[in-house]
Design a protein around this ligand. Structure first.
Ligand SMILES: Cc1cc2nc3c(=O)[nH]c(=O)nc-3n(C[C@H](O)[C@H](O)[C@H](O)COP(=O)(O)O)c2cc1C
Length: 225
């Protein structure tokens, strides 16, 4: 270790709020790779929005959003998530009849609603996604495995989308309140892509979120083995 690295290490690990010199026990952010404000932006003050500012989202921002979320890990790099960004009035009208009543107004008012979908034939792209090994036969013709991979990894990719959107200054309003059968028939008539969930995107209006509900404590939700 260089002298400089030792000095930096000493300064980081000897900070007063660290216990046992373990940087992950720090109460203050002395050794995390991101600034404290990032935890707010992504998690602690980030909210689910139901009302939106009248501020559009351009193509470049949506491309940036995808170019971030695509790096999140998926099963065997299958990347089954597909994303339909509905912004036009025509697209919104197509979406409307499939939404639960409580989700209609906010979706119509949002600058964008993403259909987070998955490709039930994701394995066709495995030569591109996993060039070092022939992965297609592992999945092809195995509907239960395909469905499991699709749901698990497209849900993860939907989560990456939410976090990437927040990192780009956007707010989200995820929704499972819609008729998947009729929406799939309208948007994906050949049946290859299937909707997982919807997510409104935009810039949240002031007071556009419900009061914050509590979360489970560490002791309730976690085990240390
Ligand atoms: C997968 C998913 C489905 C959801 N479905 C709906 C929905 O159909 N309608 C709705 O109003 N909110 C829906 N929500 C919003 C949640 O109720 C909200 O994210 C949660 O209460 C946390 O709110 P907060 O981020 O403001 O703390 C959904 C959220 C997720 C992640």
């Amino acid at each position: 270790m260089s002298g400089e690295a030792m000095v930096v290490g000493f300064l980081l690990y000897s900070h007063g709020s660290c216990r046992d010199n373990n940087p992950f026990d720090c109460e203050e952010n002395v050794n995390y790779p991101v600034k404290d404000s990032v935890f707010d932006t992504l998690f602690e003050t980030a909210r689910t929005y139901n009302q939106w500012q009248d501020r559009p989202i351009d193509d470049a921002l949506l491309k940036r959003l995808y170019d971030l979320l695509k790096w999140g890990p998926t099963t065997a790099n299958t990347c089954p998530g597909r994303f339909v960004f509905v912004r036009s009035q025509e697209g919104k009208e197509k979406l409307k009849p499939h939404l639960n009543a409580g989700n209609v107004d906010k979706t119509m008012a949002a600058p964008c609603c993403v259909i987070v979908a998955y490709d039930t034939q994701f394995y066709e792209l495995m030569p591109q996604l996993f060039p070092s090994r022939d992965m297609k036969p592992i999945f092809e013709g195995k509907p239960e495995l395909i469905q499991e991979v699709c749901m698990r990894s497209s849900s993860l990719q939907g989560g990456y989308l939410i976090m990437a959107a927040r990192a780009l200054g956007l707010d989200c309003g995820p929704m499972s309140g819609f008729n998947a059968q009729t929406l799939n028939a309208a948007f994906f008539p050949d049946g290859r892509w299937q909707a997982n969930f919807l997510c409104n995107l935009g810039y949240g209006a002031e007071n556009g979120a419900h009061p914050r509900n509590p979360r489970l404590d560490f002791e309730q939700a976690c085990e240390l083995l």
